[in-house]
Design a protein. Structure first.
Length: 128
């Protein structure tokens, strides 16, 4: 069952940038939909191997990536939770990350079976 302690542990794992520690929270066939990518859901990573590779690649490019100001909304009866946060860091190509976002999680037991990430797109143009 999803708990506040479980959510805090997942956040701590992501902030450690220890890929194996993070991937241990996912089910073998877990799915992680990234905020960015070529699909309408961003980019779909299916299975621990794909998640491990994408995270390892990400942390090479953004070695100081971190999530701050986490808040959690739990729906244990539905095996779901939401984390709300601000992601920060600087990528190798000079992009400064400072985005508000959230993750929507679905669990089976204490393993993530689906994680869907969303974050604000910061634009410096006058449009809706």
């Amino acid at each position: 069952m999803v708990t506040l302690d479980l959510m805090k542990s997942i956040s701590a794992a992501f902030n450690s940038r220890d890929v194996d520690r993070i991937v241990a929270f996912f089910a073998e066939d877990g799915v992680f939909c990234l905020a960015r990518g070529p699909e309408t859901v961003g980019r779909t990573l299916a299975g621990k191997a794909a998640i491990r590779k994408a995270l390892a690649d990400r942390f090479k490019v953004i070695p100081d990536m971190r999530w701050e100001n986490e808040q959690y909304i739990l729906a244990p009866a539905d095996n779901r939770a939401i984390s709300v946060w601000t992601v920060r860091g600087k990528s190798a190509d000079g992009e400064d990350l400072n985005y508000q976002g959230c993750d929507i999680y679905t669990f089976k037991g204490d393993k993530i079976i689906h994680k869907n990430t969303f974050w604000k797109q910061v634009e410096h143009k006058d449009r809706l």
